[in-house]
Design a protein around this ligand. Structure first.
Ligand code: SPV
Ligand code: MG
Length: 670
């Protein structure tokens, strides 16, 4: 795209200001003239070629532009008949430099704020700057709008008109039509009218739309009083403030571009989302908050960085009251929409404005995101994230997974309420569900090699931390190998239960014969596991079966104390009662003597308790141990019966998810 700036006018109404130099060299602030501001704006937009038409004092103008040393190829076209012609003739004289190109056309006395220019450049088709909020000027341009398009532009039209400014972005096709008409006007000697007179004859063939700038600064300077108004508005613009928020830990050129654009609207404050806020709706950040904050502090255009503690902008907007909030337009739909709606209403409360730029979803950025996900799934990156999440959130949740597909559900399922997102923090690889999926009883029959294979399937398509249910952990001598293997794979925590012999599922309780291990044996097993592990991240959790086997609260507490002493990183207390009273009692008593060791619960039976209540009582990990399998099995059973009953599949179709939807769960690169 090229730019054409029309500077052949005499500017006689500027008085002494144009006695020795063209109007465009008038100072509008201590740092810039009308022209230097325009040229800097062009450079910023990436425009490389500018055609400037000149009239009086053309040598002064040429020297001035050269002295600015801007990275622009500037072609000067002198209109030697500037006294007796209008700019239509200047354009005609410059036409050889303006063929077959998209064009930014503006008068040399236009002053506009950066936002106007950005919007003009971003517009897809041909547009002219207009305002739906400005009063219709008596003597200046107005655009007549018909069917949303510009039908005519002139000073004499008032019906169906909007105030407009001589500032256009034109596609090569539209510009060709207009330029052709300008040429035929000039060739016929019509050189004293506006170029818009030619436009009005061909507007029907063009596709020129008004771009509504509302109250943004976009004015011509015709006289000293215009100059005073514009200069004071520019001062006010300089004091404007802008707010953006980032949760990313992979900064790419798309972000930098957005920051650059935002900083042109005013002093930019960047809100960096805290680790807790990021983890609540996305994933645990790869780069911790302090480092991400420092990163933004060093980016040009960022005036200051503050923490944003939630997905919601409300708190920071109410405190900072920025004139603008800038965001990509991707949040108009999807889970961020409620967040956007809240931003819109916060801004409306004090008169702020939301500015949305097209979201950059280039392949390059998608690849960066995919690479981040890959890194997150690597053993060293994944293993420690459970410990970090517990430390950060106090209480985390895990959902059962027994396959790649259920892993994807655990990874991707999210609900959004009140501007907040809720997701599972981790995955539980249950012995019950892993066995059931293979049609086998939960008695340590499915061997470790097969269990590792399940973990591998899940790991291949997910990034969240994994908690592995290792039943009794087997013989101490075998257990140490299990620990090492899981640690190597990137599993975060192993849970072993203090039972021995033929283990049965705890939910059978005392209905079947089950033997609890001795405190000594089990403590030795824990200690051996701890000695075998190589990293600090891996956690061994001791699961206490005293309540399941009706051995009493004291036994449970004695065991908890002993297992922590033996090195357990966490304690799981289990119960099969609907009433949570015994779980609460254990938590209360254990917490009274140990405030640190994480407590894990599996509320399959005592399922009325909310995560919030568990958290309040001091529980750190809540595992939903079998719900996905239990939800899936009856649905499959019903579908199978329906096919048998109806001798066809039509009737069960409504109970089935379409394969299209299932496939959408599976990322393209898997
Ligand atoms: C499992 O999910 O395999 C468990 C939890 O061990 S429970 O079934 O409640 O014993
Ligand atoms: Mg189990």
């Amino acid at each position: 795209m090229k730019a054409l700036i029309l500077n052949s006018g005499v500017g006689s109404r500027m008085g002494a200001l144009t006695a020795r130099q063209p109007k465009c060299m008038t100072e509008i602030s201590s740092r810039e003239t009308i022209l230097s501001r325009q040229l800097h704006q062009l450079v910023f937009a990436g425009i490389e070629e500018v055609v400037i038409t000149t009239g009086a004092f053309d040598d002064v103008l040429v020297q001035y532009v050269q002295g600015l040393s801007l990275p622009l190829k500037v072609t000067f076209v002198h209109n030697d008949r500037f006294q007796e012609t209008n700019y239509i003739y200047s354009i005609f004289k410059a036409k050889d430099y303006l063929q077959d190109t998209d064009l930014l056309l503006m008068h040399g006395d236009m002053v506009f704020e950066n936002g106007v220019f950005d919007r003009l450049i971003a517009a897809e088709g041909s547009v002219v700057a207009a305002s739906s909020t400005a009063d219709l000027p008596q003597k200046d341009f107005k655009a007549v709008i018909a069917d949303g398009k510009v039908a005519k532009i002139g000073i004499e039209f008032f019906e169906h008109a909007m105030a407009s400014q001589p500032m256009y972005k034109l596609t090569a096709a539209d510009w060709k039509i207009w330029l052709g008409k300008i040429a035929s006007f000039c060739e016929a000697g019509e050189v004293k009218c506006y170029a818009e007179n030619a436009l009005n004859e061909v507007a029907g063939e063009m596709n020129l739309l008004p771009l509504d700038m509302k109250d943004m600064l976009c004015s011509e300077i015709d006289n000293p009083s215009d100059l005073a108004v514009v200069s004071s508005k520019l001062k006010e613009i300089e004091h404007r403030t802008v707010y953006m928020c980032f949760s990313t830990d992979v900064l790419h050129s798309g972000h930098i571009e957005l920051i650059k654009k935002a900083s042109r609207l005013g002093k930019l404050t960047v809100g960096v989302m805290t680790d807790e806020a990021v983890a609540s709706y996305k994933r645990y950040p790869l780069v911790p908050f302090e480092e991400r904050k420092a990163l933004f502090e060093h980016i040009e255009g960022v005036s200051r960085v503050v923490a944003q503690t939630e997905l919601s902008y409300k708190e920071n907007l109410e405190a900072l009251q920025p004139d603008y909030v800038v965001h990509g337009d991707d949040w108009k739909a999807g889970f961020q929409k409620p967040v956007r709606d809240e931003v819109v209403s916060c801004l409306a409360a004090y008169g702020g404005t939301l500015v949305e730029f097209p979201y950059a979803s280039h392949d390059k950025f998608r690849q960066l995101d995919a690479r981040t996900r890959e890194e997150m799934s690597l053993p060293d990156m994944r293993r420690g994230r459970l410990k970090k999440a517990i430390a950060m959130k106090g209480t985390v949740t895990a959902i059962e997974t027994h396959s790649g597909l259920t892993g994807l559900l655990a990874e991707n399922t999210a609900v959004y309420e009140n501007g907040k997102a809720r997701q599972f923090d981790a995955m539980w690889v249950s012995s019950l569900c892993d066995s059931t999926d293979k049609g086998k009883p939960d008695i340590e029959l499915v061997d470790m090699t097969s269990r590792f294979r399940t973990i591998d399937d899940i790991m291949e398509v997910t990034t969240k931390p994994i908690i592995f249910d290792a039943d009794t952990g087997g013989l101490k001598e075998h257990f140490i190998y299990t620990v090492r293997t899981l640690e190597r794979m990137g599993v975060s925590m192993i849970i072993i239960e203090d039972k021995t012999g033929l283990k049965k599922n705890s939910l059978f309780g005392t209905e079947v014969k089950q033997t609890q291990d001795s405190i000594e044996n089990f403590s030795e097993k824990i200690a051996a596991g701890k000695a075998a592990q190589k990293t600090k991240d891996f956690m061994i959790c001791a699961r206490i079966e005293s309540l399941i086997l009706e051995q009493g609260m004291e036994d449970a507490l004695t065991r908890a104390r002993a297992f922590v002493k033996a090195g357990a990183d966490a304690i799981m207390i289990h119960s099969r009662k609907k009433d949570p009273a015994e779980i609460f009692e254990f938590v209360e008593k254990f917490r009274a003597e140990d405030g640190q060791t994480p407590i894990v619960v599996v509320p399959t039976s005592f399922n009325s308790v909310t995560e919030e209540e568990f958290k309040e009582r001091g529980v750190n990990v809540v595992i939903y141990a079998n719900q996905l399998m239990r939800a899936g099995f009856p649905a499959m059973q019903k579908a199978a019966e329906s096919i048998l009953k109806n001798h066809r599949a039509k009737e069960c179709d409504d109970m089935c998810m379409s394969f299209k939807e299932i496939i959408r769960l599976i990322p393209a690169d898997y």
